[in-house]
Design a protein. Structure first.
Length: 168
């Protein structure tokens, strides 16, 4: 398995896994397959142009099987914060350590920045496996946003989690 930052030349791989994520786990993301499936390449490429955001892919035998992004807050008063987004592993590759490797990679990047003191993420309350994974890294729940998302007539709560970086 190789975990690496995606670049513009990875556009097709990124589109493939992003749309798979939205199709396979629609309740896990704020965006929808219907919305993003009609995006132009330029709309997807904009995600690679943000100076404070990094998209990582997990590759097995040259095929992208996982995705996770990390963004840093650009404003001076918020530069101590980072956010994890777009975490996804293809269903046929789950429980093989890929999600763990992706989180390790983004935590490594986030903690390498001296300014970063805490890392935030949001996970849908029904995703017990993801919550357990994040907790093994030390993420703690600090709140629940009730009825944060509505999909196919059902409401989903968002669990808000934070990882506080302990520096010596």
């Amino acid at each position: 398995m190789v975990i690496r930052q995606l670049k513009r030349s990875d556009l097709e791989d990124y589109k493939k896994i992003r749309l798979n994520a939205l199709k396979n786990d629609p309740e896990a993301f704020g965006s929808s397959y219907e919305e993003e499936s009609i995006f132009s390449d330029e709309q997807f490429l904009r995600r690679f142009k943000r100076e404070t955001a990094y998209i990582f892919g997990a590759f097995v035998a040259g095929e992208i099987v996982g995705l996770c992004s990390l963004s840093f807050q650009p404003r001076k008063k918020m530069e101590h914060r980072a956010d994890i987004h777009q975490m996804y592993v293809e269903p046929f590759m789950r429980n093989k350590g890929i999600g763990r490797a992706l989180i390790e990679k983004v935590l490594e990047m986030a903690t390498s920045r001296e300014e970063t003191e805490q890392i935030y993420l949001t996970v849908v309350d029904t995703n017990a496996a993801a919550k357990r994974l994040y907790e093994t890294f030390g993420f703690k729940t600090y709140g629940v946003e009730k009825r944060a998302m509505k999909y196919n007539g059902a409401y989903f709560d968002h669990v808000l989690m934070v990882f506080i970086i302990e520096r010596e």
